[in-house]
Ligand binder design. Structure first.
Ligand code: ADP
Ligand code: ZN
Length: 285
């Protein structure tokens, strides 16, 4: 038996399935404290058998480099009780025979979309999510990128849209990408939650501008063959086309991967990308 868990800031998804990403059984519940959340997964799994491998996609900051002391451990996070918690130790204690593979939630989603979704067959893919925060997973040459910890694409600096003087909501940087374009930043900037902003509201041009800036940086640094944008905010009508048009403008004909559009696309696996990615991690080297 293969199992997966997607640990999100607000909800957790657990599943049994195959290392090829097929979900057999799935359960979703709100993320609470670490012992309770992992405990629910462990009990649910025990009722179903003994897993040989468990893939984990989790929110961060998180140690994701195998061999480092902090592998599988949550680092300083404002989420109560989670700082320093070792996901890998909790799972190893419950299922000592199981191989546990841990990645960021966004890397898991990037892997799923690259293997089975909107970027099927591609080895160079970025997956950006826009929800409560902004993050990106990156598959490069078939490998999930870590760096010294993991990329923090949400916190890159972006060029201001002309006339924009909104301070931004990131507690660390104010006007980083996440500070200017996350769901909470849209609510703060416009006084209305993103989900309630009408299709023709100028908010969507501003939002697309900042995502195009983020996409341009990714294009310049890792040259993805495709960029997928998911998360709640990305569901606004026409959003991907808007970002692509602005990105092409910024790119000014220079970046070759952009030339075989569509380049900025919606996830094909939707809400399932994370949990499918968690299962796939068990067979990804
Ligand atoms: P989380 O990061 O907590 O998983 P989500 O990815 O669900 O969050 O994104 C939540 C954000 O998405 C909220 O800001 C909400 O207003 C916005 N949102 C949800 N649905 C839509 C929609 N259809 N169009 C635009 N924004 C949306
Ligand atoms: Zn920031």
């Amino acid at each position: 038996m293969i199992a997966g868990i997607e640990l999100g800031g607000t909800k957790t998804v657990v599943a049994t399935g195959t290392a090829g990403g097929i979900v057999h059984e799935e359960w979703r519940f709100p993320t609470t404290g670490p012992e309770e959340t992992l405990g629910r997964f462990i009990n649910w799994l025990r009722e179903r058998g003994t897993p040989t491998a468990i893939g984990v996609g989790a929110f961060g900051p998180l140690g994701v480099n195998p061999g480092r002391e902090n592998y599988g451990r949550l680092l300083a996070t404002p989420k109560p009780g989670w700082s320093g918690f070792s996901i890998i130790e909790a799972l190893a204690a419950a299922f000592p025979q199981a191989r546990v593979v841990i990645e960021t939630d966004v890397n898991a989603a990037a892997l799923a979309e690259a293997r089975l979704g909107a970027a099927k067959g591609l080895d160079d893919v970025a997956y950006i999510t826009i929800g409560t925060g902004i993050g990106a997973g990156i598959l490069s040459g078939g490998r999930l990128i870590h760096g010294a910890l993991h990329p923090e694409v949400g916190h890159i600096k972006v060029a201001r849209q002309a006339g924009d003087d909104f301070a931004g909501v990131c507690p660390f940087h104010g006007d980083c990408l996440e500070g200017l374009a996350s769901g909470p930043s849209m609510a703060a900037r416009w006084g209305t939650p993103a989900v309630d902003l009408p299709e023709n509201h100028p908010a969507w041009d501003t939002e697309a501008w900042y995502l195009a800036q983020g996409a341009l940086s990714l294009l310049g640094i890792v040259a993805p063959a495709k960029i997928i944008i998911g998360g709640g905010v990305s569901q606004a009508t026409g959003f991907h086309l808007k970002v692509e048009a602005l990105l092409k403008n910024l790119a000014a004909g220079y970046f070759i991967p952009l030339q075989d559009g569509p380049y900025i696309v919606a996830p094909a696996l939707g809400q399932q990308a994370g949990i499918i990615g968690a299962l796939l991690l068990t067979s990804h080297s």
